[in-house]
Design a protein around this ligand. Structure first.
Ligand code: BG6
Length: 488
């Protein structure tokens, strides 16, 4: 037995982004509209409404977004124009010493509507250029296939993932990019934060709530189709490149009981399963024992095909990746706790021991160590921290200075805990902090909710020079990577 006191030499340090939040150029190169492209931002919106902008989408909003005469601003169509700045941006990642860059491929650049038979060469060649640029600096791409950006057409025409046809469309897309990039990409992820189908079925599944009297049925049917699609994609990936690694990806919010009241303890176990259910299926290859009761309580009856079970068993994922931003407390009786209900993704309650960000996200670095231990104990598969970061309002001061000490402090404390987990014996092979360059927020569509080491001169309405400016955290992270996590 030898305890590990350091990060492994080949640890994948880097940053993470998603196509829909940074590429822009949504009308360039034959790209089609994605679900993300229909979200608007209105600068007059009061702060209290910042956090809940992407959960619901109505037919009316979608129709308006497709109307060329719409006067609204759609931030994710513009991103930070990575499409035209990718060389400059990747050079900055390389300057920080990135070993890995987690990104996604916009499905709509490859199959603009999603149901075409032939891929769009212009889209494929864009990612060839991006991968070649990364390769020039020895940066390993870690690529998500679906990161909240499926083709809008698959939602409007087919009803999204609730429709089994989506499996074939997705597998065609996945197989196309596996074959095309088999010599350029080794690490893949199928669905970003797959468990979020239960929080936001529109952006995860293309399912419009008003169409479904029992939305739970649509969510779990959509999830089942994604499980099968993920297993079939894993099969296709292995056939194309047996050395490739395919991972699942969940949003992991560590949940702790609010008190030692046995009801709080059981409520926590139940609630944690809203994310563990997804890793249970994808890492083990079969539905866990609690599925029957869980679905019955939601009046969900899954429609499956006889071959689904076998393909899921045959192709579980190689590794488990997750995003970790915060933890939350769970109470069986939240109504009894004064001021307890916080702005937390899974509807937990505020933990009085923890501070929160401007957006109400609770900061709990030690929870990352706990999460890594929990996930490793459960699955014994390599883990990858695919996202972790601190969204904040940065101030650009004279002389192009951004003193983001709060971000350094957040990241430093979390990376310390990854190191602790490695000493605990957890096999974690990479850490890509979220939003290594400022871009559009997924949840709020704001530019001003910034996570990056690199500031982008652009405001919420897309005004600005788009100049890239290094923050204080840029130099800090560069040193973290250079010392392989020894100097934090
Ligand atoms: C994760 C997503 O949920 O959190 C990212 O995978 C997202 O796409 C990130 O950007 C941070 O959330 P937000 O809403 O602050 O951008």
């Amino acid at each position: 037995f030898q305890m590990k006191t350091k990060f492994p030499e080949d640890f994948l340090w880097g940053g993470a982004t998603a196509a829909n939040q940074l590429e822009g150029a949504s009308d360039v190169g034959g790209k089609g509209l994605s679900l993300a492209d229909v979200y608007t931002f209105d600068e007059k919106m009061p702060k209290e409404q910042w956090s809940d902008q992407w959960h619901l989408m109505t037919h009316k909003q979608i129709e308006e977004a497709q109307d060329p005469a719409s006067k609204k601003y759609y931030p994710k169509r513009h991103g930070i124009d990575f499409y035209h700045h990718y060389k400059e941006d990747i050079a900055l990642f390389a300057e920080m010493g990135f070993k890995a860059y987690r990104m996604s491929i916009a499905w709509t650049r490859i199959f603009p509507n999603g149901d075409e038979l032939v891929p769009n060469e212009e889209g494929l060649s864009f990612y060839d250029r991006v991968f070649d640029e990364l390769n020039k600096y020895g940066i390993e791409p870690v690529v998500s296939l679906s990161h909240y950006e499926m083709p809008l057409h698959l939602s409007t025409k087919y009803g999204g993932w609730v429709n089994r046809k989506l499996i074939d469309f997705f597998v065609r897309f996945a197989s196309t990019v596996f074959d095309r990039y088999k010599n350029k990409v080794k690490y893949w992820m199928t669905f970003n934060e797959i468990n979020c189908v239960t929080h936001h079925p529109y952006v995860s599944l293309g399912v419009i709530e008003e169409n479904h009297p029992n939305i739970e049925q649509a969510k779990f049917q959509g999830a089942h189709h994604q499980f099968v699609a993920s297993a079939l994609a894993t099969k296709a990936c292995k056939e194309s490149n047996p050395k490739a690694m395919v991972g699942c990806m969940v949003s992991y919010q560590l949940l702790v009981p609010y008190s030692c009241d046995p009801d709080d303890v059981q409520a926590t176990v139940d609630k944690q399963r809203t994310s563990l259910f997804f890793t249970d299926v994808q890492a083990r290859g079969y539905y866990p024992a609690y599925t029957a009761k869980m679905l019955a309580e939601k009046n969900v009856v899954l429609e499956t095909e006889p071959e689904d079970e076998q393909i899921m068993r045959d192709y579980p994922v190689d590794y488990v990746s997750f995003s970790y931003y915060m933890s939350s407390a769970v109470s069986a009786h939240p109504e009894r706790i004064e001021g307890a209900v916080g702005n937390l993704l899974t509807g937990g309650v505020k933990n009085p021991y923890l501070p929160t960000s401007d957006w109400g996200w609770q900061v709990d670095p030690k929870g990352l160590r706990t999460a890594l231990n929990q996930l490793y104990d459960l699955y014994q598969k390599p883990l990858f921290v695919a996202e972790n970061g601190y969204g904040a309002l940065d101030v650009l001061e004279e002389g192009d200075k951004i003193e983001d000490d709060y971000r350094i402090s957040y990241l430093k404390e979390h990376i310390k805990q990854v190191k602790e987990a490695i000493a605990d014996g957890v096999d974690v092979f990479g850490y890509t902090s979220w939003g290594c360059i400022d871009m559009i927020s997924a949840g709020t569509n704001q530019m001003s909710k910034r996570y990056g080491y690199i500031y982008v001169d652009q405001d919420d309405m897309g005004r600005g020079t788009k100049r890239r400016i290094k923050k204080k955290s840029f130099y800090w992270y560069k040193n973290v990577i250079a010392t392989n996590g020894e100097q934090l």
